[in-house]
Design a protein around this ligand. Structure first.
Ligand code: MTE
Length: 317
């Protein structure tokens, strides 16, 4: 059987894809520097303009990855295995109408309509994103802290973890209906409650000044910037508070390769490749940026290392 686990970093990880630095990508890079000034990059298909105020870490000087790369180099296995599949095959996915249910160990279970969530005060958060496949991006997300939503549901004292579930919709997601057993569907993920309520953890409803394109997890997805990208579950429909460590899709698929914690850690290699360095997507060739060292907790150690005090992060990888 074909190996359907995350592939080893592809040949493009060794030869930077200069072609990606198209004129459009350059325009997007230039435009994002002017986001606050109201100059927006070209819109992704189906996306609508979305206003947000700058949130913490938005002025840290990180240079966002061009919009073209953010929306055309994706992992979203519901639409296929190739990086280009999500952009090419998510056109028939309908992220509206949509609801997100919060339930389990909470005093006030509730169901939110996506339009009510979009009407909340939104922030732009420019975060590094480090994929377990040893590439990275910088993405100007738009969203709100997950902890605000959790607080409204009033978690019970017994709740220790938060479990997330993606939509199950094989009629619109060709990867779910396929014959290849990539992952068990729906995609599921989880966080410890203190990770979920950390102020850096957001639910994103947009990027680059617009609503989330389908391929990036429309209409709502998780972003936990100090963890490998696979923790950022897309197209969420259900959030459940629980006292048990939740199952997570990649951990079920290959427990020796993908841990529950999945904190970005250059000192703990993936069994099949190193995590010491990463390839910034969209920064090859022209700007002269090659591989760069990976930072512990993806550079957010100052804010989050305390969550793991006393833990052996080689065992709890
Ligand atoms: N969520 C779902 N539902 N299905 C997926 O296949 N892939 C994950 C994560 N969330 C995935 C998912 C992985 S492996 C990564 S690296 C990020 O989404 C990629 O997010 P991006 O495409 O917006 O950069």
């Amino acid at each position: 059987m074909r190996d359907l686990r995350f592939p080893s970093p592809p040949p493009s990880a060794i030869t930077p894809p200069r072609l990606w630095l198209s004129r459009r990508a350059l325009m997007a890079t230039g435009a994002v520097a002017g986001l606050a000034g109201g100059i927006l990059p070209p819109r992704a298909a189906g996306a609508a303009a979305l206003a947000a105020r700058p949130g913490p870490l938005s002025g840290t000087g990180l240079r966002p990855t061009p919009l073209r790369d953010v929306t055309h180099y994706n992992n979203f296995y519901e639409f296929g295995l190739e990086k280009t599949d999500p952009a090419e095959r998510s056109g028939d996915f309908h992220p509206r109408p949509w609801t997100v249910r919060i339930e389990g160990m909470v005093a006030r279970p509730r169901t939110y309509d996506i339009d009510a969530l979009l009407a909340r005060p939104l922030e732009e958060r420019i975060y590094r994103m480090r994929c377990v496949e040893a590439w990275s991006m910088v993405i100007p997300w738009i969203g709100f802290p997950l902890r605000d939503l959790l607080a409204e549901a009033e978690p019970l004292g017994s709740a220790k973890y938060v479990a997330f579930e993606s939509v199950l919709r094989p009629s619109e997601m060709p990867g779910q209906g396929g014959v290849l057993p990539v992952l068990d569907w729906p995609y599921v993920e989880g966080l410890r409650l203190d990770e979920a309520t950390h102020p850096l953890t957001i639910l994103a409803v947009g990027l680059y000044g617009q609503t989330l394109p389908n391929q990036n997890g429309a209409p709502i997805r998780l972003v936990v910037p100090w963890k490998y990208g696979f923790k950022g579950i897309k197209s969420i429909t259900r959030i459940r508070l629980t006292d048990r460590m939740p199952r997570t899709s990649w951990n079920v698929r290959a427990p020796d390769e993908y841990g529950f914690y999945a904190n970005v850690n250059p000192a703990v290699d993936h069994p099949r490749w190193s995590q010491a360095t990463e390839r910034p997507i969209g920064a090859g060739g022209f700007f002269g940026a090659g591989r760069q060292p990976t930072l512990p907790f993806n550079g957010y150690g100052e804010q989050v290392a305390g969550l793991y005090a006393g833990m052996d992060l080689r065992r709890d990888f």
